[in-house]
Each structure stands twice: as C-alpha cells, then as structure tokens.
Design a protein around this ligand. Sequence first.
Ligand code: AMP
Length: 291
Amino acid sequence: MIILEKISQMQHFSNNLRKEGKKIGLVPTMGYLHEGHISLIKRARELCDFVITTIFVNPTQFAPNEDFGSYPRNFERDVELAKNAGCDLIFAPHTEEMYSTGFHTKTCISNISEPFEGEFRPTHFDGVALIVAKLFNSTLPDLAVFGQKDYQQTLVIKTLVSDLNFPIDIIIAPTIREKNGLARSSRNKYLSPMEFENASIIYKALAEGKEVIEKGEADRKIINAYMLKKLRELSGIKVQYCASANADNLSQPAIFLAGERIVLLIACHLGKTRLIDNIVLTIPFQLRIEN
Ligand code: AMP
C-alpha cells in the first residue's frame, strides 16, 4: 500500500498514472472505515485500474459545536481494511497541508445545499464542496465514488462537478446497513448497545413511508406524517427533519406526481448522536392491487 501525505507528491503520482493510460478511481472518506466505505472502494476497484482512498477529517465541514475533535480515528486499521478491499494508495494529508494559512476561496453551492442538512448545519456543505474540490485537484481521478447514505451530499457534489466542469464521473453506491437496518456510519460508534438497537426505528420509519407510497399515497404531508408517527414510537428521539422530496432537486410539492423519483429523508438525535438516513423510490403510476 502506498501512503502519501503531500499534495504535490499525490499530483505527481496521479499525473504519471494518467500518462500510462491508467483509469484512476477516488473514494473520499474521513476514515474510521466500515463496510459502507469498503463497498465504495470495491466499486472503484471494479471500475478502475488504480484506486485511491483519501482519509482526511475535514475541519471546515464541522461547526464549532460539532464533533471534529472527538471524531473517531484509527489510521492503522483503515490502511489494513482499505488494502483488503483493493485500494492501491491512501492519500492522508495533514490539516496544515490541506489548509495552509491565507486560504480565501469559498465554495458555496446554493439551492441544493439549503434545505434539510443546510437548515441544521448551515456551513456544512460549503466545507464539503471545498474539500472535495481540493481532493479532486490533488488526486486527479477519472471517477469518484460516493455513498447514497449522504443523499443531499451526492446532489451537492454532482452540482459542483457540473458547475466547475470537473472531468470526473460521479458514481453513487447504495447504503450498507447493519442487520437491524441502521445505516453504517463512523458515528454509530457513539451509540450505546441500547441506542444501537433503538436506532433501527429510522429505517423502519423510512420503510413505513415506502409502504404508504406503494399503497398509492402521494400527498407529501401525509407520507411525512406516517414516517414521523413511526419515529415517535421511540421516546426520547429528537427529530430534526422527517421529509420527502423530489430526488433530483429536493423540491417539496404538496402532491408528488405519478412516476416521480423521490427521496425520503430523516435526521435525528439518539442521545447525543446525530444520525441521518434516506431511501429513494418512485411514485407508482397506479395503485397497487391488494389481494
Ligand atoms: P465519511 O467518511 O462518513 O465522510 O463517508 C465517506 C463516504 O462513504 C461518503 O461518500 C459516504 O456517503 C459513504 N458512506 C458512509 N456511510 C455509508 C454507508 N453506510 N453505505 C455506503 N456508503 C457510505
């Protein structure tokens, strides 16, 4: 496994790969790898000749009251897991390397960043867009793989790539879940065993939304109410949003159209841990006939 820390070394390395005609796949992560990250690395492995995983806990996407300082880290273990999944190189710059003093460029992606996560983490996507642009320019990939787990983030990144003409294909890989339905996340480490079990309510609420939609419900507020009712079965859960929206632009019409691709989105706190999840589905063209 090759491990690089300097941007100039990384660019030099990638330029040489490109000269050899190698297709480079990138998987950006904040480390503390789990099965979700591993699935992205494996996807990149299938699609590319050379796979780069970046490990960088990006300070600019955390607000001052968030968990940047305590975010879980285990570099040695990450290297081993990434290697076993088929990664060729880890790019793990230090904070000073990525953010040298005197950094003035802002990347603010309007509209798509504003609802949902944007409402509760107003500076988050500016930080995400900035670091992803910097990682693209450092690793020079042909393709980058992101997880559907962070659904709104995938839309932000697609907008960034399209607006700034990055010649990079964006691949979205499905969410990997625990046996109880909870989406894998580095932050699951914060959950007590009891909270871990209780957290399955999030996926159950999403499934509830899916079920009413499949039965023919297209009224957004009614769909949301079904999901919220399910979440409220767990006392003490603090819901930030429990919503449904158009999957391409996150618009929230009163009634969804037949055939419209939509996303169901939840963000909540269990104890001190903030969890997000989503599922994507299509509004059916006709009512399902129940036997
Ligand atoms: P993070 O390290 O949390 O910043 O995540 C790095 C990448 O892994 C992002 O593209 C995430 O969307 C993706 N990811 C995180 N959790 C999962 C999961 N459970 N399934 C699939 N991808 C995931």
